[in-house]
Write a protein that binds this ligand. Structure first.
Ligand code: RP5
Length: 152
């Protein structure tokens, strides 16, 4: 994520990964304030065994796109809700990538972060049967938790 201030949003991604037993490393890396850290992280990620990168940032949210430009790993972008423009700036900064450098962009804010975690897990589950089973159980439990009436 681009800043510690993104953590209240991005922790929804890690909660989803925790629920499904997927290991992760949560880092603060700013495209603007720590560009060298970003380049080093993205260029070495694949060699370190990273499979998917979830990049959350707000405002002029260049982190997901820049990371995607530096690695062939799948990059999922989460637009963090900004104070000034409620995350619309973040969304547009992340979603409108030029053809050739994809970022899979999720919804603004907590739902986007949660879904980034779930989407990363579902991609990982393509080659991990045990994880696929846990994901299926998670989805079934979610369905079971939705009442079909408005009263008990
Ligand atoms: C972005 O600027 C971060 O991703 C964050 O959403 C936003 C504001 O950062 P702080 O000023 O709160 O550190 O780079």
């Amino acid at each position: 994520m681009g800043s510690r201030s993104d953590w209240p949003t991005m922790q929804h991604a890690t909660e989803a990964l925790d629920a499904l037993g997927v290991a992760y490393d949560a880092r603060v890396i700013s495209a603007h304030r720590t560009p060298d850290r970003m380049v080093d992280f993205a260029r070495t990620a694949k060699g370190r065994g990273v499979k998917i990168i979830i990049a959350g940032a707000g405002g002029a949210a260049h982190l997901p796109g820049m990371v995607a430009s530096l690695t062939e790993l799948p990059v999922l972008g989460v637009p963090v809700k900004s104070k000034a423009l409620k995350g619309l700036d973040s969304l547009l900064s992340i979603v409108q990538m030029p053809g050739g450098v994809p970022v899979g962009t999720l919804a603004i804010g907590e739902a986007g972060a949660k879904n980034a975690g779930l989407l990363a897990a579902s991609i990982m589950a393509l080659s991990d049967e045990a994880l696929a089973g846990r994901l299926a159980a998670y989805r079934a439990s979610q369905s079971d938790s939705v009442p079909d009436t408005v009263e008990d």
